[in-house]
Design a protein around this ligand. Structure first.
Ligand code: SAM
Length: 317
């Protein structure tokens, strides 16, 4: 058995044991590791960050996709940027009103691994006739795209390396220009109680671009903490949609087998703790621009976790 670590921030991290390594490789963009764990099933890790697992993928993919899809009255044309494991794609395809989903994933190797090993998560969604899979950088795609979308989902790795500039005010503005009237953007907004400053900066940045920015949290077991999610729109305020309306939309669209989300959960979302609401109003926290991107991960990636743990074990024996 091996111990696979992740340092979520300088002084706090998690590990998941690996009973078997299923895939280990380095693509043009990142290290890809897929391993088996007795509780989590197959676990995907990119660089030093756990991405998703068979056991708890719904704790991330349902909140990332369902509130935004159900906040829109009739999402036909959907865009997903990132999402290489296919979990977000599978969730969006559950809506029978969807006519087309374009998925723009930078790393073809991640999709290859997902197609071969993660069908429990993506249910072979890449083969659905409504899916158009594009391999490329999300920024380039958005800048060259002349299409507009009803729902755009950003399912990206943490803001460093290849996804750094997809968390800036400029990119969020470009995303907004690709939304139809009444369109909704959904994204994760990092871990509110572990990387609070990053989480607050993402929300504050979105607030400079969209009229309505709904924030909510869902625990994601494989991350070992809560994950923040945002639903943004100029025309739709997701908080104002009733429980019955959400349940009606789920029923009408034939969306079944959800483990977390329904009308009741929708109403429970978009309410966050006082301490966070106060942080969002803190003038001293800067928004994210191309000149002030998030850099917390640089120092994180400098730490050699394995070395530090070995040293500690020896010292603490
Ligand atoms: N659930 C994960 C999380 O919360 O960190 C994200 C899942 S998904 C595996 C993240 C995907 O974003 C990866 O497959 C990665 O290759 C993709 N990605 C990162 N930067 C990108 C970019 N600039 N354009 C398109 N895809 C990108």
């Amino acid at each position: 058995m091996k111990f696979v670590f992740e340092n979520l921030e300088k002084s706090f991290g998690t590990y998941i044991t690996a009973s078997k390594i299923l895939y280990k490789g380095k693509s043009k963009y990142q290290n890809i590791l897929l391993f088996e764990n007795e509780k989590y099933g197959k676990v995907l890790r990119l660089d030093k960050a756990f991405q998703t697992s068979e056991y708890d993928e719904y704790m991330y993919h349902e909140p990332l996709v369902q509130p935004a899809m159900c906040s829109h009255p009739n999402p036909k044309n959907v865009l997903i940027i990132g999402g290489g494991d296919g979990g977000a794609l599978e969730e969006a395809l559950k809506h029978n009103c969807v006519e087309k989903i374009t998925m723009v994933e930078l790393d073809e190797d991640v999709v290859k691994v997902a197609k071969e090993h993660l069908t429990e998560i993506n249910k072979n969604s890449f083969e659905d006739e409504r899916v158009r899979l594009v391999f490329g950088d999300g920024i380039k795609f958005i800048r060259e795209c002349n299409e507009k979308f009803d729902v755009i989902i950003l399912d990206l790795t943490d803001p460093y390396s290849i996804s750094t500039y997809l968390y800036t005010d400029k990119f969020y503005g470009e995303i907004k220009s690709r939304l139809n009237e009444g369109g909704v953007l959904s994204a994760h907004a990092e871990m509110p109680f572990v990387l609070d400053e990053i989480h607050v900066r993402i929300v504050k940045t979105l607030r400079t671009v969209f009229r309505h920015v709904g924030v909510f949290y869902n625990f994601v077991s494989v991350y070992g903490t809560m994950m923040g999610f945002v639903n943004c729109s100029d025309a739709i305020n997701p908080k104002e949609i009733s429980e019955n309306e959400i349940d009606e939309r789920l029923r009408e669209r034939g969306v079944g087998d959800l483990k977390i989300y329904d009308g009741k959960m929708h109403k429970a979302y978009f309410t966050i703790p006082v301490i966070m609401r106060k942080k969002f109003d803190d003038e001293n926290v800067d928004i994210i621009t191309e000149k002030s991107v998030i850099s917390a991960y640089d120092e994180l990636n400098e730490i050699n976790i394995e070395e530090e743990i070995k040293k500690s074990f020896n010292e603490l024996k």
